[in-house]
Design a protein around this ligand. Structure first.
Ligand SMILES: [Zn+2]
Length: 290
């Protein structure tokens, strides 16, 4: 499933003086989510982490700190994705995660509630012929390339065989919920709030470099409601262009922090900053809410 880098991409990667990309790493499904991959490559998830808080992202990358996360949300996402990848991938996921089944009580041997919700989401998507016709192609396809001289990696949930579009599965509480979008300082959709246009812009560029086509990203959104809602959502090209340019603009500082050349900035709000906080000045009450 891994597309080999072209000779020119390999040469560029080799000649790069950056310490995080001194040797090319062949990405596989087994090492894609590894610390080694995160050091060698930039990714949309990592980049969003840098934008959120440099100090927290660096501490996490160095293995010095782990956010306290409820593993369920991640597992539910993986449960859903593995189902749409292949029966074998789903079987492998189930074998690796016996904890998704209730082991005590009246529901012993049944899927725990969040995975029953995931099953309802799967049924919703599979029950819509339009979605199933759309969601055909290469699944979980790893793509790599260079953006602004930095090695990037991405993983397409589904890349259409005609290369005209790629689809990304996103789960959310309510597709139509109004959410605060920090970037715009205004209300918007969950897609903007989670900066999915940034991720889709990067994937579109990586696809362009590997396949020579400008494929349209489509978000297959499915809600956790009962019954689940679903939509296929497009992203305007000007918003994708904006985010690709934003990545190129912000990236030099992020790479400098990642390479240890610049001190990371603390956001003083996130879980990491709260856990490591030392008061350095007295603040005015007017500074508390801005
Ligand atoms: Zn922070």
């Amino acid at each position: 499933m891994l597309k080999e880098m072209t000779a020119s991409q390999q040469n560029t990667a080799k000649s790069k003086a950056s310490s995080t990309a001194s040797t090319p790493l062949k990405l596989t499904p087994a090492n894609y989510y590894s610390a080694e991959a995160d050091w060698k490559y930039q990714s949309a998830t990592q980049f969003k982490g840098w934008l959120q808080c440099e100090a927290a992202e660096l501490a996490q990358l160095k293995g010095e700190w782990e956010p306290q996360r409820d593993p369920t949300a991640l597992l539910v996402g993986n449960y859903l994705h593995s189902h749409f990848e292949s029966p074998a991938a789903h079987e492998a996921f189930l074998a690796e995660h016996p904890e998704i089944m209730a082991s005590t009580g009246k529901t012993k041997g049944q899927l725990k509630k969040p995975y029953q919700v995931a099953d309802a989401m799967i049924d919703t998507l599979e029950g819509d012929p339009e979605v199933m016709a759309l969601y055909q192609g290469q699944k979980e396809l790893i793509v790599t390339g260079q953006i602004g001289g930095v090695d990037w990696m991405g993983k397409l949930d589904c890349f259409a065989d005609n290369h005209k579009y790629f689809a990304d599965l996103k789960t959310t509480q309510d597709i139509y919920k109004r959410m605060w979008v920090d970037d715009n300082r205004s209300w918007g959709s969950f897609i903007e709030a989670y900066r999915y246009p940034l991720q889709m812009a990067v994937y579109q560029e990586l696809v362009r470099q590997n396949y020579g086509t400008r494929s349209a990203p489509l978000i297959v959104a499915v809600s956790k409601q009962d019954p689940p809602d679903h939509e296929i959502v497009s992203i305007p090209q000007d918003l994708l262009d904006y985010w690709l340019n934003k990545v190129i603009e912000l990236q030099p500082r992020i790479e400098a922090v990642k390479n240890g050349e610049v001190e990371p900035k603390r956001c003083e709000r996130c879980e990491y900053c709260r856990a490591t906080k030392r008061v350095s000045k007295i603040v005015s009450l007017y500074d508390l809410v801005s």
